[in-house]
Ligand binder design. Structure first.
Ligand SMILES: Cc1cc2nc3c(=O)[nH]c(=O)nc-3n(C[C@H](O)[C@H](O)[C@H](O)COP(=O)(O)OP(=O)(O)OC[C@H]3O[C@@H](n4cnc5c(N)ncnc54)[C@H](O)[C@@H]3O)c2cc1C
Length: 449
């Protein structure tokens, strides 16, 4: 009888976990699956992206966690593919590799002043407040203690998350699993005004209504529509024939008509404003925006008319992008791994044994559930290929061989369970469900305790 097909999944975010689940939910082909992640903890952006105050969405990790209990599935955390383990080594140990390493870099705005101190990538700010080990605890303490006014550039759900975290009162957030140093820094924050900047109008924003509405329900913060909030131009009226867009437009219209209230903090929504320069001598002092008009396709066209929004910091939330992995084809224009239905292709030709799923396959789009369908499609291709003769190409297909390379540095599923228990225990001492351990040393100490 053939030995099980050995599969390495690179990345334990939703797409990696869903791929492992799909591989082990079928009986046609025996498989053994190693899920490798550069971090000691699994679940990718479900842990280090989804906002800590969105508890029901974060609870997806309970579902993903069950995959780690399945027979034939191993977790190998704290091992980075590309440095700790090369693609060549993976080829030795596994017959197939599914790349699910996400798209975790920020996109650049490409405007002067972008590199000034106080100009921050949303990816970094999100990593900080979710306790990502790559982000030092004091990364944004100064910014929060020195900035009364912050611009958030972008009108998608990540921009909404960032705005909400900045605008919430401490009591609205201190029950979450954010690391203690983050909660302390947010409590000491002097930010009173958040300016959300969108190039186009309310009908073109990509946020979802539920997330948008939350901004209007905060304890200490009101929302005002500062400029460009009407959606009466032909392109916006056309866009608003879509029900979801119409709901967003209705929320903005309601805010535009709201009477002033006595809340101490303000979210200012600026539509039809294109950032053209971040001002400042040694740190951010303002943001220059150019008014835009929408053409008939709903695209923003500059009018040449500029004004300055006085801010002390800028958070750039204009999208995530994938990066290349050495030895793997990469589409530099779309920042994804080229593929057909999940089979990696090089100049249109399938690379044997190499597959891709999730954000690094299709770009940073969709909701968590989108990655399930996506991973299932990829796994279907893999299983179809595996049914053909000659698929088992690994020259050293043993778990022990992998373990000998990754050694004691790796965190297995039992190690992760111990991290999980340590975080719950730490949370309990503070009356919370969990407190995230942020430092790699603490995570590894908990894994080995
Ligand atoms: C800030 C933010 C908030 C979000 N909020 C929501 C939400 O509320 N609801 C929703 O439905 N969706 C949300 N999403 C989208 C959702 O998180 C993504 O759809 C999903 O996480 C993508 O899954 P993925 O597995 O492709 O990538 P990821 O989740 O990014 O997982 C990639 C994994 O690969 C690992 N990795 C990277 N490089 C390597 C390497 N070289 N070697 C080994 N491992 C590696 C990473 O550590 C990570 O664990 C949000 C996204 C962001 C950025």
């Amino acid at each position: 009888m053939d030995r099980p097909v050995r599969v390495a999944i690179v990345g334990s975010g939703p797409s990696g976990m869903y791929a492992a689940d799909a591989l082990t939910s079928q009986d046609d082909i025996a498989v053994s699956v190693d899920i490798i992640d550069r971090l000691p903890s699994p679940f990718g952006l479900v842990r280090y992206g989804v906002a800590p105050d969105h508890v029901s969405i974060r609870s997806v990790r309970d579902t993903l966690d069950k995959v780690l209990d399945k027979p034939g599935v191993r977790f190998i955390g704290n091992v980075e593919v590309g440095s700790d383990l090369t693609l060549g080594q993976l080829r030795e140990f596994y017959d197939a590799i599914i790349l699910t390493y996400g798209a975790s870099r920020d996109r650049a705005l490409g405007i002067p002043g972008e590199d000034l101190p106080g100009s921050i990538a949303a990816t970094d700010f999100v990593n900080w407040y979710t306790g990502h080990p790559d982000m030092p605890p004091d990364a944004f303490v100064d910014v929060l203690q020195q900035s009364r006014s912050i611009a958030v550039i972008g009108v998608g759900n990540v921009a909404v998350d960032v705005t909400r975290v900045l605008a919430k009162a401490p009591s609205e957030i201190d029950w979450t699993d954010m690391p203690q140093h983050v909660l302390d820094a947010l409590r000491e924050s002097v930010v009173t005004d958040v300016h959300v900047i969108g190039r186009r109008g309310p009908a073109q924003a990509t946020w979802t209504t539920k997330e948008l509405r939350e901004l209007g329900e905060l304890e200490q913060t009101r929302v005002i529509v500062a400029e460009g909030g009407d959606a009466t131009d032909p392109a916006s009226r056309q866009a608003a024939t879509d029900k979801a867009v119409a709901r967003n437009v209705a929320v903005i219209d309601e805010w535009a008509q709201r009477q002033d209230d006595s809340r101490s903090h303000t979210i200012h929504l600026h539509f039809r404003c294109r950032p053209v320069e971040i001002l400042g001598a040694s740190r951010v002092e303002g943001l220059v925006v150019e008014r835009t008009e929408l053409d008939e396709d709903g695209q923003a066209q500059g009018t040449g008319e500029t004004h300055v929004i006085a801010v002390d910091a800028v958070i750039r939330s204009v999208g995530y992008r994938g990066t290349a992995l050495e030895g793997v084809p990469f589409d530099e224009r779309r920042n994804v791994i080229p593929n057909i239905d999940g089979r990696v292709v090089d100049n249109g030709v399938a690379v044997p044994g190499l597959y891709v799923a999730g954000w690094i396959k299709r770009g940073p789009t969709g909701i968590i559930g989108t990655n399930k369908k996506d991973a299932v499609q990829t796994v279907a291709c893999l299983l179809e290929d595996a049914a053909a003769p000659g698929f088992r190409t690994a020259t050293n297909p043993s778990e022990a061989a992998v373990d000998a390379i990754v050694g004691a540095a790796a965190v297995n599923e039992s190690g992760w369970r111990r991290i999980d228990a340590a975080e719950r225990a730490l949370g309990a001492t503070r009356g919370r469900d969990r407190t995230t351990l942020w430092s790699r040393d603490d995570l590894l100490a908990a894994a080995r305790s």
